[in-house]
Design a protein around this ligand. Structure first.
Ligand SMILES: *Cc1c(COP(=O)(O)O)cnc(C)c1O
Length: 454
C-alpha cells in the first residue's frame, strides 16, 4: 500500500489571482526557450507556463492563477489533479508501469473495458480496444469497420474534427491548419452536410434527408464502411444537431449495413450530464470512441463496439506498445468511480444552468451573441457581426479574439472554436464551483462592455 497522498487541491486556492502582466516575465522567458526548440506548428493559445493545477485553477510560473474554462480541451473533466485519480495513478506507478497488454496482460485494462461496456449506450455484448489518443481511436474505429464490412468508404460531416493523423486529417472539415500541405491524405473519405440549426434552419428530418441524399448520390451506401459523427461537434463549435437528425442517420446506417460510429472523444465521459452525449439523442451507436476526459489527464483512449464488429479484426491486428498503459488505465478506473461517487453527472447539469442563465442575460444586451448552445458543461456562444442579417449571420472572429485576450489578461482561460473561429466555448471541469463560474462570467461581461466602448 502507498502512503497517504496529500490532496493537491488543498495546496491551490480555488480563486483567480493576477499578480503580473500576462504572460508574466518567467513565462516569457520560458516561451523564448520554447521557440528555439519547438516548431511553430505546435500552437500556443495562451503562452502562460503552468507550474501547478488543481480543481478548476491553473497556477503559472509567475504565480498568476487562472480560472480554467478549457480543462485541457475537455480532459480534466473531474478536475485537475483530482485526488482519487492521483492516488490511483501513484499506487499503480509503484506496482506496474508497463508490460504491454498484448504480451503480458494486467487487470486494469480489462476493468476499463468492463466499465466502458457498462457505461456506453446499448445492452449487448461489447468489446473495447484501448489506445493512446483520440485520433488513434478514430483510426482504429475506421479500420475495424472496414474489416467488418469489407468496404472502404468513410463518411463524415461538415464542421467535423477527428484528429491530426493521416487518416483523421482527411476526415476534418478544416484544411487550415489541420491538413493543408500535409498530404497525400488518407483516401475514401466522403464529407456530407451536417445539421447546423442556427445556420441551416432545417428540421432534423430535413437535415438528415439532405445528408443521406448527398451520401447516396456521391458515394452510395453500399460502398460505405462507416459514418463517423460527433453527437455534439467539438472543434466545429459545439454544434448541437436538430432533434431527430442523428437517429435518422443511425437508422439509415443500420438499414444499409454501415457501421455507425459516435466520436464521443470530447462529448463523452460525463461532459454533458450523461455518461455519453449519444444518450441525449436516443442513439445506440455500433461503436463509441472515448478519449479526452477518460483518465483525468493521462493519455488513454478507447474504441468500444458491438462484439461481432470488434471481433472481425484478426488477432495481432489491433494494439500498440503503450495502448491501455497500466497507470493511465488505473487513473481511468478512478475517473469512472468518481463520476458516480461525486455525482458528477448532476454537476454538469448545474454548470449548464449557471452558464446558460448568465449568457442568456448577456445576449439580451449584446446583439453580437447570435446563438447560445450546448449541453451540460459543454456550452458555447457564436458571435456574429453587429447588424448581420438573419440569412448571412456573418462570423465575428475579431470579437472572439478580443474576448479571449481580455479574459486571459484578467485570469480566465476561455477557448475559441468553430470553423470560422467565431465561437467561444465553455468547457470547464465539473469541479468548477458556481462562485468560480460567476467570477469568470463577470470578467467576460466586462470584456463585452469593453468591446462596446471600442
Ligand atoms: C480531440 C478530438 C479528437 C482527437 O483526439 P486527440 O487525442 O487529440 O488525438 C478526435 N475527435 C474529437 C471529437 C475530438 O474532440
Amino acid at each position: 500500500m502507498t502512503d497517504t497522498i496529500e490532496a493537491p487541491v488543498a495546496a491551490v486556492t480555488q480563486e483567480r489571482k493576477i499578480v503580473t502582466a500576462v504572460p508574466g516575465p518567467r513565462s516569457q522567458e520560458l516561451h523564448a526557450r520554447r521557440l528555439a526548440v519547438v516548431p511553430p506548428g505546435v500552437g500556443a493559445a495562451l503562452p502562460i507556463y503552468v507550474a501547478k493545477a488543481a480543481g478548476a485553477i491553473l497556477v503559472d510560473v509567475d504565480g498568476n492563477q487562472f480560472i480554467d474554462l478549457g480543462a485541457g480541451i475537455g480532459v480534466t473533466t473531474v478536475g485537475h489533479a483530482e485526488e482519487h485519480v492521483v492516488a490511483a495513478a501513484a499506487a499503480q506507478l509503484q506496482d506496474v508501469i508497463h508490460t504491454l497488454f498484448t504480451v503480458t496482460p494486467y487487470e486494469e485494462y480489462v476493468r476499463v473495458a468492463e466499465l466502458l461496456a457498462e457505461k456506453t449506450p446499448g445492452d449487448f455484448a461489447k468489446r473495447t480496444v484501448l489506445v493512446n489518443s483520440g485520433a488513434e481511436a478514430v483510426e482504429n474505429g475506421v479500420k475495424i469497420a472496414r474489416k467488418h464490412t469489407g468496404r472502404s468508404g468513410v463518411a463524415v460531416l461538415d464542421h467535423a474534427y477527428h484528429g491530426r493523423t493521416n487518416l483523421t486529417m482527411a476526415m476534418n472539415y478544416k484544411a487550415m491548419p489541420y491538413g493543408a500541405g500535409f498530404g497525400p491524405l488518407g483516401g475514401s473519405v466522403h464529407r456530407a452536410p451536417n445539421s447546423y440549426p442556427y445556420h441551416d434552419g432545417l428540421s432534423g428530418a430535413e437535415a438528415a434527408a439532405r445528408t443521406i441524399g448527398y451520401l447516396e448520390k456521391t458515394v452510395g451506401a453500399a460502398d460505405l464502411a462507416c459514418l463517423v459523427v460527433e453527437p455534439i461537434q467539438g472543434e466545429g463549435g459545439f454544434v448541437v444537431p436538430a432533434e431527430g437528425y442523428l437517429p435518422a442517420l443511425q437508422e439509415w446506417c443500420t438499414e444499409n449495413g454501415i457501421v455507425f460510429i459516435a466520436d464521443e472523444i470530447q462529448s463523452g465521459m460525463a461532459r454533458t450530464g450523461r455518461w455519453f452525449a449519444s444518450e441525449h439523442f436516443g442513439l445506440v451507436p455500433d461503436m463509441v470512441l472515448s478519449a479526452k476526459g477518460i483518465a483525468g489527464g493521462l493519455p488513454l483512449a478507447g474504441v468500444t463496439g458491438r462484439a461481432e464488429i470488434m471481433d472481425s479484426a484478426q488477432p495481432g491486428g489491433l494494439g500498440g506498445t503503450f495502448g491501455g498503459n497500466p497507470v493511465a488505465a488505473a487513473a481511468a478506473i478512478a475517473v469512472f468511480e468518481q463520476i458516480d461517487a461525486g455525482n458528477l453527472l448532476a454537476e454538469a447539469d448545474r454548470i449548464e444552468r449557471v452558464l446558460k442563465s448568465r449568457l442568456g442575460a448577456l445576449q439580451e444586451r449584446h446583439e453580437i451573441i447570435g446563438d447560445i448552445r450546448g449541453i451540460g458543461a459543454m456550452v458555447a456562444i457564436e458571435l456574429v457581426k453587429p447588424g448581420t442579417s438573419e440569412t448571412t449571420r456573418e462570423p465575428n472572429p475579431d470579437a472572439v479574439n478580443a474576448l479571449v485576450a481580455h479574459a486571459a489578461a484578467h485570469g480566465v482561460l476561455i477557448l475559441n472554436a468553430g470553423t470560422y473561429g467565431n465561437v467561444l466555448r465553455f468547457l470547464p471541469s465539473l469541479a468548477a464551483t458556481d462562485a468560480l463560474l460567476n467570477d469568470a462570467l463577470d470578467v467576460l461581461e466586462e470584456g463585452f462592455a469593453a468591446l462596446d466602448r471600442a
